[in-house]
Design a protein around this ligand. Structure first.
Ligand code: ADP
Ligand code: MG
Length: 269
């Protein structure tokens, strides 16, 4: 995939929502897998100390010698931190629980908000030829998430189709606005994607209606259904696209990837 507005460098997307359990990591893993299947080269950056994206993509603990922590705070080289996954064209910078102390260590660092920006946008990144970099954010609006928003071109927000889903959204949007005003004027909202959608459940339909009424075009047409295969896949260390390629969840992430790419071509035209 090539985008004429970005003659050089990948599109960097932060996958963020300060609520836990809304589908950030699931979306990072499976959107990355779908984009890769469709011909893109994709890097996933695990920015959550829980390391769920790393685990879900089969990176064993003892393979995580160099992590996002080392990239941010120890100047580790890209060659050391970027690990290949089972999927050709898709790599990951893994995380461990070490990253939980980074939030505090960052406070003492003068360049604290720009460390991920500087790491991901360094010239040494060019040789990898990524089309996309997807950052899996922690469930918090802390300095790590701010780093992601400053490093990124856009923010993709998974919204769980359940009660109170929209509640935290205004705070998230406020943070995006603050980052725009202070450090990253070009930051866009890539879109809001409804996750764990259950068409038989009135509540899911209500959340969808509210989201579309309030956020309009920002909401992706594609919804990710609640699908047990999606939740099983991480324990097999695979994206659902490989674990069960024909599942409803795999199909939905493929459709989301197509919608994302089409949207980016449209805004580039
Ligand atoms: P977050 O990263 O926002 O904390 P996760 O992606 O880890 O959220 O998802 C939370 C839980 O919900 C996980 O157990 C995950 O397997 C499950 N889950 C996410 N998306 C789906 C889905 N579409 N269908 C079923 N389970 C899902
Ligand atoms: Mg997560």
């Amino acid at each position: 995939m090539s985008d004429p507005t970005r003659p050089k460098g990948p599109k960097i997307i932060a996958i963020a929502n300060q609520k836990g359990g809304v589908g950030k990591t699931t979306t990072a893993i499976n959107l990355a897998a779908a984009l890769t299947e469709q011909g893109s080269r994709v890097l996933v950056v695990d920015l959550d100390p829980q390391g769920n994206a790393s685990t879900g993509l089969g990176i064993e603990m003892d393979a995580r010698e160099y992590t996002t922590y080392d990239l941010l705070l120890d100047d580790a080289s890209l060659d050391d931190v970027i690990l290949p996954t089972e999927k050709d064209g898709m790599s990951i910078i893994p995380a461990t629980v070490d990253l939980s102390s980074a939030d505090i260590e960052l406070i003492a660092n003068e360049k604290r908000s720009f460390l991920l920006h500087d790491a991901l946008r360094q010239p040494a990144m060019d040789k990898f030829n990524w089309d996309f970099i997807l950052i899996d954010c922690p469930p918090s609006l802390n300095l790590l998430t701010v780093n992601a928003m400053i490093a990124a071109h856009s923010v993709l927000i998974p919204l769980q189709s359940e009660f109170f889903a929209l509640e935290g959204l205004s705070q998230l949007m406020l943070t995006v606005r603050e980052v725009r005003q202070s450090a990253n004027a070009g930051l866009r909202i890539e879109g809001v994607v409804l996750t764990m959608y259950d068409a038989r459940n009135n509540l899911s339909q209500q959340v969808e209606q509210d989201a579309r009424d309030n956020l309009g075009e920002l909401v992706f047409d594609t919804k990710i259904p609640r699908n047990v295969r999606v939740s099983e896949a991480p324990s097999f260390a695979q994206p659902v696209l490989d674990y069960d390629p024909a599942s409803k969840g795999a199909e939905a992430y493929r459709t989301l990837a197509k919608e994302l790419v089409a949207k980016n071509l449209r805004t580039a035209a």
